[in-house]
Design a protein around this ligand. Structure first.
Ligand SMILES: [Zn+2]
Length: 387
C-alpha cells in the first residue's frame, strides 16, 4: 500500500504545547526510537553504559536552554508528551553527534570547558568499521529556480520513524516544513521566508558538549536570510561535525564543521554544489575520522558523474538523480542494509528536495524509486528570490 508522506501539522503557538502534542502523537514510536538510538550510541560511541550515556546527554540540556528557550521548551514538551526523560529525547535528536562526544566531558569542571582528547577518541570511534550513515546533498542554480535537496541515509532501522512535519503556529505568519524523525525537532527543512538548510554528518575527533543539532537547524530556519543563518551557525557551540548547506534563493553557503572548528567551504548561488560525508577543508580533515566502511567518497564520485550526465535543472530531476541505483547497493540511493542483511546498516531512509522559487517541497520515505515523491506547498510562502 502506498504510504502518503503528507506532513503532520503542528499549529500550536506555544512551543511547550507543540512539543507535548508531538510527543503524544508519536509516543510509542519515540520510546522505541530512543531505545534503538541509545543502543546504537552504546555500540558505536565510547560510553561505559547507559547511565553514562544518559549523563552525557543531560549535559546538553542547560546549553539548549541558553541557546533557545522556545526550542528547549519544545524538546522538553516532546519528552513530557512521550513520557520519557528529556535526556532520552536528547539521545534521539543528537545521536550522530553523541557518538563523537567522549565520556571524559563528565569529568571536566563544567560543560563549558570539556576535556577532549583526540587520541583517546580516535581509538574509540567506529571500531566496528560500520558505515555510520551519511547523506548526499546537492544545490543547483537550476534553469529558473534554485533547488536544494538531500538524501537522508542512516541506520535502516530508523526508516519507519521518518516523518514530514509542518510547523505553522496559528498566530503570526511563520511556517517551516521539515523532514524529521518521530521525537526529533527537525533534520532538514525550509521556511516560508524561502530559507532552506540541509545537513551532512561528519565524523569528528574533537567532539564536545554542544547545542543539540536539530535545534540549531530549526533556529537557522527561523532566520531571515541565508547569511543570518550562516552567522548563527558560525557563533554556535557545536558537539560534532556536520556540513550545512544554506540557501535562500539569493545566496548559498556551504559550511563544514568539526566539534570545535567551522569553515565556509562553498559559496555562490549561481554554481552547483555537492557534498557527502567527508571534509573538503584541509584543516578540518585533521579533525575527522572517516570510517573505512564509509561510502562517502564513492557517493561523491557517483553524484558528480550523475550530475555531469544528467544536468538536473529542477526539483524533479534532482529527485531522479538522488534516487539513482548506479553502483547498487552502495549507490546514491543507498541499500547497504539489503545487501549485507544487517537491518542497522546504513540505507537511504528518505529524501527532501526544495524548489526555492516556488516554495514546493518533494519529500518521501525510503527508496526514491519505489514511490513518487509527495509534493508539499508552503502555505505562507513568501520566498522566491532568483539569484
Ligand atoms: Zn533505492
Amino acid at each position: 500500500m502506498t504510504d502518503s508522506f503528507a506532513p503532520f501539522l503542528f499549529d500550536q503557538d506555544d512551543p511547550a504545547r507543540r512539543g507535548e502534542a508531538h510527543g503524544e502523537q508519536w509516543r510509542a514510536e519515540i520510546r522505541e526510537l530512543a531505545e534503538i538510538r541509545a543502543a546504537l550510541a552504546l555500540k558505536k560511541g565510547s560510553f561505559r553504559d547507559r547511565a553514562q550515556l544518559d549523563a552525557v546527554a543531560r549535559l546538553h540540556l542547560p546549553l539548549l536552554d541558553n541557546f533557545s528557550a522556545p526550542l528547549s521548551a519544545e524538546l522538553r514538551g516532546i519528552a513530557r508528551g512521550a513520557d520519557v526523560a528529556p535526556e532520552a529525547v536528547v539521545v534521539l535528536n543528537h545521536y550522530t553527534d553523541l557518538r563523537d562526544v567522549p565520556p571524559s566531558v563528565l569529568e571536566g569542571p563544567c560543560p563549558e570547558d570539556p576535556v577532549v582528547s583526540d587520541s583517546f577518541h580516535a581509538l574509540n570511534t567506529n571500531g566496528d568499521g560500520d558505515d555510520p550513515g551519511g547523506c548526499t546533498a546537492v544545490y543547483l542554480p537550476g534553469q529558473d529556480a534554485p533547488v536544494l535537496g538531500q538524501t537522508w541515509d542512516m541506520h535502516g532501522t530508523a526508516e519507519p520513524f521518518v516523518r514530514a512535519i509542518r510547523i505553522k503556529p496559528r498566530s503570526g505568519d511563520d511556517e517551516v516544513v521539515c523532514f524529521t524523525l518521530t521525537g526529533c525537532l527537525g533534520m532538514t527543512g525550509v521556511s516560508a521566508r524561502g530559507l532552506a538548510v540541509t545537513i551532512n554528518n561528519l565524523t569528528s575527533t574533537d567532539g564536545q558538549v554542544g547545542v543539540v543539532w536539530p535545534a540549531l537547524v530549526r533556529a537557522m530556519l527561523a532566520c531571515g536570510s541565508a547569511r543570518e543563518a550562516r552567522d548563527l551557525l558560525l557563533r554556535t557551540r557545536l558537539s560534532s561535525g556536520h556540513h550545512y548547506m544554506i540557501a535562500d534563493g539569493r545566496e548559498f553557503y556551504g559550511v563544514e564543521t568539526s566539534g570545535k572548528l567551522k569553515v565556509v567551504t562553498q559559496t555562490g548561488a549561481r554554481a552547483a554544489h555537492l557534498h557527502t560525508n567527508h571534509c573538503f577543508d584541509p584543516v578540518l580533515r585533521r579533525h575527522e575520522a572517516v570510517p573505512k566502511a564509509s561510502t562517502s567518497f564513492r557517493r561523491m564520485e557517483l553524484a558528480t558523474t550523475l550530475y555531469v550526465q544528467q544536468r538536473p535543472q529542477d526539483a524533479r530531476a534532482l529527485w531522479t538523480m538522488l534516487s539513482s541505483h548506479d553502483g547498487w547497493p552502495r549507490s546514491v540511493c543507498s541499500h547497504i542494509d539489503d545487501a549485507g542483511g544487517d537491518p542497522s546498516a546504513s540505507k537511504t531512509c528518505g529524501r527532501m528536495i526544495v524548489d526555492l522559487t516556488r516554495g514546493e517541497v518533494l519529500v518521501g520515505r525510503g527508496c526514491g524509486q519505489l514511490e513518487p515523491p509527495t509534493v508539499v506547498k508552503l502555505d505562507r510562502w513568501r520566498g522566491g528570490h532568483v539569484p
